[in-house]
Design a protein around this ligand. Structure first.
Ligand SMILES: *Cc1c(COP(=O)(O)O)cnc(C)c1O
Length: 393
């Protein structure tokens, strides 16, 4: 397979422009600006801020919310460790909410149970490509006066039953351009918001705290005479260098121009797996439930493996699938609080029985195939695997 299939449009042209333009000679970077403008427009949001990862974005957003020592931030326990890391980096404590049995996503009812007087923010994570029920989460957040940060690293251009795009409902949305995501610049990330004050703070925090960075631009060298003067004081806040490199922004812009196509391919693949399972009328796999009216963007196709009740083991199923030429099946990541860095140091709290159960049963299938032919290969593998075990019970 051609490993570079996703990077065959404007990527090389734009990269060349960055180099021939000498990185914009120290300007804020034209590709960053263009990427931010197009990403914001596509999401109907006022502001977008390019960052160097989908972890630094989360950190910048929590900082802008004012999350600090003594505060608590609620995340689902079934997510990536990075969601917990950024809370620690703010000096705050992660609190784990349980997920729903059918959608595998953050359960607003459990979030509400985990709220204390220290809670400052809620971070719903749209896992595997499907949006959480944002009406329920915003209702809890509004009643308790909490900030909401949507982690959309795995969820591009999905929508809910009201047609609202992922990342546009909470106070801020965050995406990653790491290589496994819907669009990639190797590494990179972006934030969106409609709030000028949050945008100003996130941008300053992620771009070295230059005081004349504003909500809508990172270009802090507009007035040369002022900027070059020895009397000019530059930094208004202590911050990080989370800048999105111009080379990455060039690739990300070219990727964004093709994002709809990438999402359509993943959608075709996700719905394909679902069809194969349904047609076999054998409940060895139960797919993540996409509620009516929602569009799942299928970062991965997630299903619980129910073979144990027929005496079939998780690894046995995976090995058979691989032997037919299947691309791979990932298990779920450890619950955040079970990762050694949290567990050994006893950081964070919250019991999440449904997430614990799902973590052991989940199977995650790849959805990043270049064309219908490759998609069909994987469909056939799954079909053969299910049929193999169907006849043995
Ligand atoms: C990938 C991912 C991140 C982190 O993104 P990076 O760009 O790798 O830092 C955060 N949250 C979720 C849900 C992810 O899948």
């Amino acid at each position: 397979m051609d490993k570079g299939w996703r990077f065959k449009n404007n990527e090389r042209t734009y990269l060349d422009k960055v180099l021939s333009g000498g990185f914009g000679s120290g300007d804020s970077g034209t590709f960053v600006t263009q990427l931010e403008a197009l990403f914001a427009e596509k999401h109907g949001q006022k502001y977008a801020i390019g960052c160097n990862s989908g972890t630094s974005t989360l950190h910048a957003a929590l900082e802008a919310f004012g999350v600090g020592p003594g505060d608590e931030v609620i995340i689902p326990s079934l997510t990536v460790a990075m969601c917990g890391f950024v809370i620690l980096q703010c000096g705050a404590t992660p609190v784990y909410a349980d997920v729903k049995e059918d959608t595998f996503l953050m359960d607003a009812a459990d979030v509400e149970k985990k709220i204390t007087e220290k809670t400052k923010a809620i971070m719903p994570v749209h896992m595997y490509g499907l949006m959480c029920d944002m009406d329920e989460i915003m209702d809890v957040a509004n009643r308790h006066g909490l900030y909401v940060l949507e982690d959309c690293a795995q969820c591009f251009l999905a929508h809910d039953r009201k047609g609202r795009i992922s990342g546009t409902i909470g106070h801020a949305g965050s995406w990653s351009f790491e290589n496994s995501k819907h669009m990639s610049s190797g590494d990179g990330g972006i934030l969106t918001t409609d709030d000028a004050i949050l945008s100003d703070h996130m941008r300053k925090f992620a771009w070295l705290g230059y005081k004349n960075i504003t909500e809508s631009t990172s270009n802090n060298r507009l007035d040369k005479a002022m900027y070059q003067s020895p009397t000019w004081k530059r930094h208004s806040i202590n911050s990080y260098n989370y800048r999105l490199p111009e080379l990455c922004a060039a690739v990300a812009l070219a990727q964004l121009e093709n994002l709809d196509k990438f999402c359509e391919l993943r959608h075709m693949m996700g719905t394909g797996y679902e069809r194969v399972i349904k047609e076999n009328k054998f409940d060895i796999l139960v797919p993540q439930k996409t509620p009516k009216g929602y569009k799942n963007s299928y970062y991965t196709f997630a299903a619980t493996f129910e073979g144990e009740k027929y005496g079939i083991e998780w690894h046995e199923f995976r090995e058979k699938y691989m032997s037919y030429g299947g691309d791979g099946i990932f298990g779920a990541l450890q619950l955040v609080g079970n990762e050694p860095c949290f567990k050994y140091n006893k950081i964070g709290w919250g019991i999440t029985p449904t997430a614990s159960k799902l973590q052991q049963k989940l199977m995650l299938f790849t959805t990043n195939q270049p064309d219908e032919k490759e998609i069909q290969v994987q469909m056939d593998c799954l079909d053969k695997t299910i049929k193999h075990f169907k006849v043995t019970v």
